[in-house]
Design a protein around this ligand. Structure first.
Ligand code: SF4
Ligand code: MSK
Length: 672
């Protein structure tokens, strides 16, 4: 049985004198809203000022629609909307005759399609930027990682020979773009999966053909009166999700690495305390690094730095929120101001001259919050306009000039600052653990491989690997499930790989520094971390970078010793505070790749027992992976640890094998 320990304490010291003031001013007890002292501090301040945040609105919605939460309402046609009575006393079918399991499956399928569309449209934009870099190297975009370019070219079947990097990149970009509209065949990156896994997909007929095709087909199948078998819908859900994980998201990650550099470990800082009292603060927020990379370049422009000084600022401080933050952290070590639920609070510090947003996870409340301060809200994508924001139309062709214009606008806004109140909390971190960086850390430049990881899993120092990812959700205490779950896993010798807002939560808790191994990890994991020089929690990037985890799992299988398929590995996935449709797409491509995947908060599926039984039980015999849901992080940790122990048992490695130090005599015997 697993020993579940008490929740982490002491990771966050509340800011000086914040809470008492807020409570005295009539604020409710905000401390429980977040595990993070800086969040509680800012929430108290916002209550005093009467500014509404996501937590207030969540409270207003606390009597949520039970049909929606259980996934049993349908408005796919106007004979409805229909809802199934969970008590059995009301209607058990929609007007068209749809059962609860069909309604739940269709809703779940559409969430997968929406999430896959978001990641994949991101990938499409990156492919367009690579095309531009290949055709117009003077555009400001260039090819930074030629090694990776050649590696990706091989996967896509693009000849390398003695061609220039631009010629290769042109074909790589075209091939990547073809993957979206492809009608037949297979998305090329699935060839990176273990052969056994590819075989399972082909046998089930779910190897994704084209990214757009699978998403469109999911929308078609789930419209009124088409696919009426929940199993069949979820199998196509697997095909759609795989088109995301092994398609759109992988294109985004791999091509971003080519354009902007493959991440390697670097230092950074995280939390609201990274905002500067003396610099012009520009916060980038959203998901696509295509613009933020140009903002990084422009923020070092001498003329703009001079302009900032002429306006009374010490310099320009570029920081991030959410996944754009993860992108610029991983490649430039730029600071992260917080995860999704901190976006409004960053503005509420009064220290942000400009919040520059692109796409995804941007709260529509931002214009109202910005109006309470001097902050300019800047939209940049034609896909994401917000009334009340200034729009700086971004295109790949004029990216650098647009970036300069945005920074100039922020600088000119600096003298309009009034009262500034920045919480002091910030934490050091190490990030940048791309698949390539992990290989290098484990074995060096010439002997790099996953062999040492597999060896340490086999000898039991590391029990297994867990990917802990995903969002924040005001329905649960901010950051708590991420932090408690990860704390428990590393204490039980499970190496944790992270992306997205979950990585930011654990970075704030101090898990992403090598010293965390001694403080929080089990003996075996700590020993490996000490030897290799890594933290027990590896930050691998943004949401699309979950594709890095897929590649890492495939490499573990290919190295050998841990079975022939991802489903045999002692690994698991988790999204403890998820909220986005994108998380459902990620969860399902992990499941479809053979990974046991647990979500916190809840899942909109409980209105159908038949459906629950399918995804929580039966699916494992079909795909090798399955879903689970558990809101309690301690119990979630116990489920993951039990699952990993079971996999170890099946592999025959349940008992830790002690390291043998060979003497000369033993070596000679080995050589005979
Ligand atoms: Fe109701 Fe069926 Fe129409 Fe859905 S598709 S709204 S269940 S009639
Ligand atoms: S940003 S998708 S809240 S992880 Fe990728 Fe965070 Fe979830 Fe958005």
């Amino acid at each position: 049985m697993v020993q579940v320990r008490k929740p982490l304490d002491g990771a966050y010291a509340p800011s000086a004198a914040p809470l008492a003031e807020g409570l005295a001013a009539g604020g409710n007890n905000m401390r429980e809203k977040s595990l993070d002292g800086s969040v509680n501090y800012m929430l108290d301040k916002t209550v005093q000022k009467g500014i509404e945040t996501v937590w207030d609105r969540s409270e207003q919605h606390k009597r949520r629609c039970g049909f929606g939460e259980a996934g049993i309402c349908c408005r796919h046609c106007y004979m409805g909307p229909c809802r199934i009575s969970p008590s059995g006393k009301g209607p058990q079918r929609g007007v068209c005759g749809a059962t609860a399991e069909v309604i739940v499956a269709r809703n779940f399928g559409r969430m997968i399609a929406a999430g896959a569309a978001a990641h994949s449209d991101h990938g499409r934009d990156v492919a367009s930027a690579l095309l531009l870099a290949a055709q117009h190297p003077e555009s400001g975009y260039s090819i930074k990682d030629v090694f990776k370019l050649k590696k990706v070219a091989q996967v896509l079947g693009v000849p390398i020979d003695d061609r220039s990097k631009e010629e290769i990149a042109l074909d790589v970009a075209k091939k990547a773009l073809e993957s979206f509209g492809r009608q037949e065949g297979e998305v090329p990156f699935i060839s990176l999966a273990p052969e056994t896994r590819q075989g399972i997909w082909r046998q089930l007929g779910i190897a994704p053909r084209g990214i757009d095709r699978e998403i469109v087909e999911m929308m078609h199948r789930t419209t009124m009166g088409v696919d009426q078998d929940h199993r069949n819908i979820i199998l196509h859900g697997a095909r759609t999700a795989l088109a995301d994980g092994w398609g759109g998201s992988m294109i985004a990650t791999e091509l971003q690495d080519i354009l902007f550099g493959t991440p390697s470990p670097l230092r950074g800082q995280v939390n609201l305390g990274v905002l500067s009292e003396t610099d012009v603060n520009i916060v980038v927020h959203g998901h696509e690094p295509v613009l933020s990379e140009m903002l990084v370049v422009a923020s070092n422009d001498k003329e703009l730095l001079e302009l900032a000084k002429s306006k009374g600022a010490a310099g320009i401080n570029l920081a991030g929120i959410c996944c754009t933050a993860n992108e610029i952290l991983l490649r430039h070590g730029l600071p992260i101001a917080g995860n999704i639920l901190q976006q409004e609070l960053a503005v509420n510090t009064g220290a942000v001259e400009s919040m520059v947003v692109d796409v995804q996870c941007i709260m529509p409340s931002l214009p109202e919050i910005c109006k309470c301060h001097h902050t300019h809200l800047v939209t940049t994508s034609p896909k994401g306009r917000i009334p009340g924001a200034e729009h700086f139309a971004f295109s790949e062709e004029t990216a650098l000039q647009t970036a300069k214009d945005i920074i100039k606008d922020a600088i000119m806004n600096f003298p309009n600052r009034e009262k500034v109140d920045i919480p002091r909390e910030k934490m050091d971190l190490i990030a940048g653990f791309s698949h390539e960086a992990i290989v290098y850390m484990l074995g060096g430049r010439f002997r790099g491989s996953y062999v040492p990881l597999n060896d340490n899993i086999i000898n039991g120092r590391i029990k297994g690997v867990a990917g802990v990812v995903g969002c924040g959700n005001p329905k649960v205490t901010h950051d708590q499930s991420h932090v408690n779950l990860v704390e428990e896993l590393i204490a039980n010798d499970i190496l944790v790989v992270q992306t997205g807002c979950s990585a930011i939560a654990c970075a704030k808790a101090g898990f992403l520094i090598p010293e965390a191994a001694e403080k929080y990890a089990g003996k075996g994991l700590a020993e490996v971390c000490r030897t290799v020089g890594i933290p027990p929690v590896l930050h691998s990037g943004s949401c699309v970078d979950n594709s890095r985890i897929l590649i890492a799992l495939s490499e573990m299988v290919k190295i050998g010793g841990l079975g022939k398929d991802i489903s045999e590995l002692p690994v698991a996935g988790a999204a403890p505070e998820w909220m986005s449709e994108k998380a459902i797409a990620i969860g399902h491509y992990f499941v479809a790749s053979g990974v046991f995947t647990v979500f916190g908060v809840g899942l909109p599926v409980h209105g159908s027992e038949v459906f629950c039984n399918y995804i929580f039980n039966e699916l494992e015999s079909v795909l090798g992976g399955m879903w689970a849901v558990e809101p309690d992080p301690g119990k979630m940790a116990a489920m993951i640890i039990d699952h990993i122990n079971n996999k170890r048992k099946k592999l025959g490695i349940e008992k830790a094998k002690e390291r043998i130090l060979y003497d000369m005599e033993m070596r000679r015997e080995l050589e005979v």
